[in-house]
Design a protein around this ligand. Structure first.
Ligand code: FE
Ligand code: FE
Ligand code: ZN
Length: 287
């Protein structure tokens, strides 16, 4: 199983790899700078070579990168759209320079327009950015559907993919919290949801999973992550997806040899449950 969590890039790639190793992970996810903006440290300050050798020595074979949230390729505002194209292009080069070829992207929000407009705009942005010689897979993330987010259904993700010329470079990141929040019943009918994904998009596009609980019932469109299997006594709140479902996904043929990334909440500034959650997902409750 290839499993890890989101880790911080503030100590460079070496810091990220060490943090992942401390959780017992064999993969991880980073942003190449703060998730909320496009201010980026130059690559030569990010200890990439040290990070790569630490990874080699510690059995971390690969990792994935998440693009910043400010990218909105669905925006009808030209300045927002053009900035999104520019930032995304830069993130692709940074991802490749880091030594990864998976970049996870929130498709975008159509705000005052409609889904049809959003889908076309996102695809046109991707068509501006993607070049034949780029060794990258942009993984469009399944979204919860809060506000005007595109990517709340498999059909929307398929529609974007179909409109991208170089769509051999398009994959999907399956976020369990988001898929549940957008209305899919992964808790009671996981195989049905996976079969829908396969029928609509094709499982060959599925490259990464985000394993998260959800603080809300199915279909709530909230996008608030819970710790895996959290009960009422968890300070962040109860998980409505539950451990059994996440365990099933992690041990499902559809997730085999794909990075499984936790984005579960920290309990406070110093405490997260990544190490425990990783062990639990790997070994089950009995250990
Ligand atoms: Fe995301
Ligand atoms: Fe996610
Ligand atoms: Zn989320």
């Amino acid at each position: 199983m290839i499993i890890g969590s989101h880790v911080s890039i503030s100590g460079g790639l070496i810091g990220a790899a060490k943090e992942a190793h401390s959780y017992g992970a064999n993969t991880f996810m980073v942003y190449t700078g703060a998730p909320q903006n496009s201010v980026r440290k130059p690559l030569d300050k990010l200890k990439i070579d040290e990070g790569r050798s630490f990874m080699d020595e510690n059995g971390i074979k690969s990792f994935v990168v998440h693009a910043p949230y400010i990218i909105n390729l669905a925006s009808y505002k030209d300045d927002t759209f053009n900035a999104a194209v520019e930032i995304l292009e830069n993130e692709i080069y940074r991802t490749i320079a880091f030594g990864s070829n998976i970049l996870i992207l929130h498709p975008g929000s159509f705000t005052d327009k409609d889904a049809h407009y959003g889908i076309d705009r996102i695809a046109s942005g991707l068509n501006k950015v993607l070049k034949d010689d780029m060794d990258i897979t942009i993984c469009l993330e399944t979204m919860a559907g809060k506000g005007s987010e595109i990517g709340r259904s498999f059909e929307e993700l398929k529609a974007i993919t179909d409109k991208v010329n170089l769509n051999n470079k398009i994959g999907i990141c399956f976020d369990t919290c988001h898929v549940h929040d957008s209305g899919y019943d992964i808790v009671n009918d996981l195989d049905g949801v996976i079969a829908d994904f396969d029928r609509i998009i094709g499982l060959d596009r599925l490259k990464v999973f985000h394993l998260n609980g959800s603080l809300n019932p199915r279909g709530a469109r909230k996008d608030r992550h819970a710790n895996i299997g959290a009960e009422d006594d968890n300070p962040k709140g109860k998980d409505h997806i539950g451990f059994e479902c996440i365990y099933k996904i992690a041990h499902h043929p559809a997730s085999k040899n794909k990075p499984l990334i936790l984005e579960t909440p920290w309990l406070d500034n110093k405490t997260n449950l990544y190490k425990q959650e990783i062990a639990l997902i790997k070994n089950g409750k009995e250990g």
